[in-house]
Design a protein around this ligand. Structure first.
Ligand SMILES: OC[C@H]1O[C@H](O[C@H]2O[C@H](CO)[C@@H](O)[C@H](O)[C@H]2O)[C@H](O)[C@@H](O)[C@@H]1O
Length: 642
């Protein structure tokens, strides 16, 4: 709930930003090489040679002997042995990886204690417990910290502790990172090593703790106690989930992932914890997602609310009020997790990028765009929050009224739309539909509560937007809505038209649009592209070179729509296929490349996990309707089963 680490199958943490999601990475190997920072713990067996001797080396000052720099084979720095098994421990974010070696089996348990549990002085921390399962296994920890996204080699030194123990600390500018562990460490090749053996039943712990470098050292953590508290935290959190349907495992894993993307101290939510994992391998479609998009956060909140979670919604509402600061004229479509507005986009030229996909970007130029749909998503989340049981907030209500007043003046403007295209502004149909949602939900809130507002004027506005979209955004010859007024292209965001209640699912224009999208935007394996990235001449239409994969959110939306129009069997089939795209830990990136058959884009991505949950709820409701129509939850559109 402060930051996230990505751990590869060979036991290497190759992405970790400290102290928060959007801080510079201290391990950026994911977007470059081992030279850009990593922390690998795994069996030493596969290493061609240990760097010094087979026995534990005598303690020595790190990085002092330059002759050793030449004699240590670089591959020895990081014996990369893929784990034989991995899983999350139960319903938690505690990762377990296991290796079987000729000498025995070993497990590495990785976790981050939730902030408020991390002792009296909460600081971001990653803890790794090495547990012997059988035999005796030689292990190695190789820790190469490179601050500022792989650029800066820190000053690393040992701090002796009473009783002969020591801590290793890496300092670079404002940051210090403290390594504590039971095993002796030594420095070679600008890397901190620990070589040790672990026998069945033995547990050896390591902890990496961030601390502002001008502050006194953080306390030495109690790794085992933190593990117990972390397990308890997740078990308590998951026990609040109200969803009990057939997709419970997938839903709970997605909820845990969303919770892991929230920033505990403020209530902000990142779209994903990574930057620049490419949408097009080798291409330029690489973006920084470590920010709070109003759109992504609002839909995340809606999913959490529907599955029983209130605290996150309350915290995000407070974050929103602080970020927007009561001034919708200057509303941004995204902010930092603490509400900062300056997200200037730059390139990190020293990083080659994931599989050479450059540039690596930090910041996000889309922050300056106009995207009218966010008004709809935000108002919908505020509305749902109040309907589902958040206490009424005068400030939130005032903000909502101001948002509608702003829309009254601006809904006719062209914008960059939900996909944040870097081409010319257009009258995107989805943007107008979501403007309608904002007005509609505000009217409903006023009708259903004691809130005030110019109801008649806003009812007229709602009708005006509706008529405008149906007239200018619909192509009667092809019987489909289009991406923008006057255009011919399709756009998968149009799949949301029945889901937000703009038109009923049995409207012929809705069915025509669903069928057109299925026909023209489907990949051969039945998933859905957001929009065509090229026109008939082959020219790029979104201001970017290259192609992108199937957009997972849109593919879930198609499953939803199919269910809503009564094609429940097809909907389930598509949903099952989408579930099968998750990695072995149940995680989804933003997109799926149907050619290379791999996930692409930032990871894990809230915008994929949210629709997974929503579709599971809808399909569950369809099943319930089939079995017992009278048990339908009110207010959720559900198709008639065929
Ligand atoms: O496709 C170009 C745009 O791609 C990114 O935006 C996408 O991610 C956002 C966060 O999940 C999502 O809200 C948006 O709908 C997606 O299109 C990128 O962040 C943009 O800068 C870029 O223009």
């Amino acid at each position: 709930m402060q930051t996230a680490a990505l751990v590869s199958r060979d036991g290497a943490v190759d992405w970790l930003c400290l102290p928060r999601f959007d801080s510079p990475a201290v391990f950026a190997g994911l977007l470059g090489t081992d030279e850009h920072g990593f922390w690998r713990i795994g069996p030493a067996e596969a290493a061609p040679a240990a760097p010094v001797t087979n026995s534990a080396p005598a303690p020595r000052a790190p990085f002092t002997d330059s002759s050793e720099l030449r004699t240590v084979p670089s591959s020895a720095a990081a014996p990369a042995v893929p784990a034989d098994r991995r899983r999350y421990r139960g319903d938690s974010l505690i990762l377990e990886q296991e290796w079987d070696t000729p000498k025995g089996s070993v497990r590495v348990i990785d976790f981050m204690p939730p902030r408020h549990l991390a002792d009296q002085k909460p600081v971001p921390q990653m803890i790794r417990v090495v547990e012997g399962l059988s035999g005796t296994v030689r292990m190695r920890s190789a820790l190469r910290m490179r601050f500022s996204y792989g650029k800066v080699v820190p000053w690393v030194h040992r701090v002796e502790q009473p009783g002969g123990a020591h801590r290793t600390v890496a300092v670079a500018g404002p940051d210090s990172v403290w390594l504590d562990g039971a095993s002796e460490t030594y420095g070679r090749n600008l890397t901190t090593y620990a070589d040790f053996t672990v026998t069945a039943g033995e547990r050896i712990t390591f902890a990496l703790t961030w601390q502002a470098s001008h502050l006194p050292p953080p306390e030495v953590p109690d790794a085992e106690a933190s593990l117990a508290l972390t397990e308890e935290f997740w078990s308590d959190w998951v026990s609040q989930c109200t969803y009990q349907g057939p997709y419970r495992d997938a839903v709970v894993r997605s909820l845990i992932t969303l919770k892991g993307l929230t920033y505990g101290p403020t209530g902000g939510i990142v779209a994903a914890p990574t930057t620049s994992l490419p949408e097009d391998i080798g291409g330029e479609r690489n973006w920084d997602y470590r920010y709070t998009w109003l759109r992504d956060a609002a839909i995340t909140l809606s999913s959490l609310l529907r599955t029983g979670y209130r605290d996150e919604a309350r915290a995000w509402r407070e974050w929103l009020l602080r970020a927007v600061a009561g001034d919708p004229e200057n509303l941004q479509i995204m902010y930092s997790i603490t509400g900062e507005r300056e997200l200037t986009e730059t390139h990190l030229d020293w990083l080659p990028g994931y599989e050479n996909s450059a540039p690596v970007r930090v910041g996000n130029g889309a922050a300056g765009q106009l995207q009218l749909d966010v008004y709809g998503e935000v108002v919908e989340a505020l509305y749902l929050g109040q309907m589902i049981g958040l206490s009424r907030s005068d400030h939130a209500h005032l903000l909502q009224l101001r948002l509608i007043s702003y829309l009254e003046e601006h809904w006719k403007a062209p914008d960059e739309g939900i996909w944040e295209v870097r081409g010319p502004r257009r009258h995107f149909v989805h943007s107008k539909v979501m403007a309608w949602v904002a007005v509609d939900r505000t009217i409903k809130l006023i009708e259903q509560s004691e809130a005030d507002g110019p109801l008649e004027r806003w009812r007229a506005l709602r009708d005006e937007i509706h008529a405008d979209v149906c007239e200018k955004g619909y192509d009667p010859e092809r019987n489909t809505f289009t991406q923008y007024y006057g255009g011919t292209e399709l756009d998968a965001s149009l799949l949301l038209i029945p889901q937000v209640g703009f038109l009923p699912p049995d409207d012929k224009r809705v069915i025509g649009t669903i069928e057109a999208i299925q026909r023209e935007l489907s990949t051969p394996d039945g998933f859905v592209l957001r929009y065509p990235t090229h026109d008939e001449t082959g020219a790029n239409v979104d201001g970017l070179s290259g192609h992108e994969g199937a957009f997972l959110a849109c593919s879930f939306w198609l499953a939803d729509d199919l269910a809503m129009i009564g094609r429940v069997g097809e909907a389930r089939e598509l949903f099952d296929k989408l579930l099968a795209l998750r990695n072995d830990l149940g995680l989804l990136a933003e997109e799926w490349d149907p050619v290379s058959k791999r996930q692409v884009g930032n990871f894990p991505q809230a915008f994929s996990h949210v629709p997974l949950i929503d579709t599971a709820l809808r399909l569950t409701a369809c099943g319930a309707a089939y079995l017992a129509p009278q048990t339908q939850p009110a207010g959720r559109p559900v198709s008639q089963p065929v």
